[in-house]
Design a protein around this ligand. Sequence first.
Ligand SMILES: Cc1cc2nc3c(=O)[nH]c(=O)nc-3n(C[C@H](O)[C@H](O)[C@H](O)COP(=O)(O)OP(=O)(O)OC[C@H]3O[C@@H](n4cnc5c(N)ncnc54)[C@H](O)[C@@H]3O)c2cc1C
Length: 490
Amino acid sequence: MSLKSPKSTQTIDATRIKPLNDQEPNTKGDFVLYSMESSNRAEDNHALEYAVQRANDLKKRLLVLWPLFGDDFGSRRRQKHFLLQGVREVGETLKERKIKFAVQTGGQAEKTLEFAKHAALVVVDRGYLRHHTAWRDKVASEADVPVVEVESDVVVPIETASDKREHAARTIRPKITKRIGDYLVELRATPIDQDSLNLSVDSVPLDDLDAVCDSLQLRKGFGGEGEGVGPVSLFAGGADEAKRLFRVFLKDRFKYYSAHRNQPQTSDCSYMSMYLHFGMVSPVWLAMQARDAAVGGKENVDDFIEELVVRRELAINFCAFGDNYDDYDAIPDFAKKTLDEHQDDEREHVYTAQQLEDAQTHDPYWNAAMREMRYTGYMHNYMRMYWGKKVIEWTKTPQYAFKTLVHLNDKYFLDGRDPNSYTGVSWCFGTHDRGWTERDVFGKVRYMNANGLKRKCDPEVYVEKVDALVRQVGGPAADHSREEDSLFSA
Ligand SMILES: Cc1cc2nc3c(=O)[nH]c(=O)nc-3n(C[C@H](O)[C@H](O)[C@H](O)COP(=O)(O)OP(=O)(O)OC[C@H]3O[C@@H](n4cnc5c(N)ncnc54)[C@H](O)[C@@H]3O)c2cc1C
């Protein structure tokens, strides 16, 4: 795979740009409008730079609009607070660039259409889930001006890599690696010709995010009965924080990436998933930084690019090419058939969704994973696999397991409600995988067990790590009373 590329450019590759309707620009419009949703950053953002360039071409000012509404497609206070930290920073950075940024209360489609009436042209960034495409389609069909979508949250634009839902990493990998060098290009900011800070548009102040979250009726808590899911102090949102954390990762931990990627007792991964989810950091920027860091050998770069680009863009491919990404029905036929055949197999342990959510199983490693998710908003990749697989084993039907996993994933993870979330859950049920030796409950779907964890990593140290993290964020001490087969039992 060649990761070599030109140094930097202001040109946005045509494959990132897609007109969503065929309207003509309104030359009388007051401004070019960028309705920001997925790429919440003021640097390395192709949609923003495209909007700047079109505003300059059309001799207009640029208005960046950010609609604010309570339940952003299922977000809780935890996710919203993190997102707003990043949005506040976008406003500050755009101000330095003399670009007006307006946070307005209202739905994404409604607000965008309201402002589109005064715009010469509308730019949107790209999202891949149903609710993302729905509002963009509505704006495109109802606006009287061009609506142009610019794809900035992937390295290789999704339809450039492939024109269909891919089978597995092995089928998309060669398509991505063939093109990756063309897209690893630093994007230079284009200066805006006309200062738009004097545009008279109100903006909701974001100085007090607790007050903003209260006004949106988003509840605090850790998800206990009657509680909401509140912010966690371990992670702060924003492009600056994303870049700072990533630089620390490159300096101190990247050298262990390959060796430790399946070692959840360590923290030698990037923690970039929540920043990528909210578009606070560009995957192009991350990939180039990793490539150029060149610490600890090429293996670390290759493995990191495999996750960040191949696996992540495979997950996006899965969601972009099928509306059923969060449905049990989307799992492969072989998996459906085999899980169906084993539906009535006896399960040694069966738990309700509530017992799972409360981390009340007999398995200390699984409980620790659930507690990491619930109290910190994150979970190590290796434990996410184990977490998902065990829910299949411990619930009455695979359909119930699927729904429970999607629900918990969306509720607690800062990076939840992402293409990676649905593809990750679906992977547990055989998506992008092959058949394995047949066994109870799972049939031919890949299985994981606690003994495997003990052989490959150090789950007992992982439990201690999670207990310390939960203490740090003020969560409750672990209840080890039900657990068996662990360091806690005699
Ligand atoms: C059941 C299950 C649920 C998951 N839910 C989510 C989710 O809600 N949100 C989410 O972003 N990821 C999810 N993943 C994928 C993966 O576990 C996380 O992206 C990763 O653990 C995030 O940690 P990191 O940023 O430190 O990863 P790193 O190892 O540092 O990787 C860098 C980046 O590569 C991407 N990446 C890493 N592993 C994967 C993978 N297996 N598939 C796709 N992309 C990957 C992520 O964008 C990640 O930020 C899930 C996986 C499983 C098995």
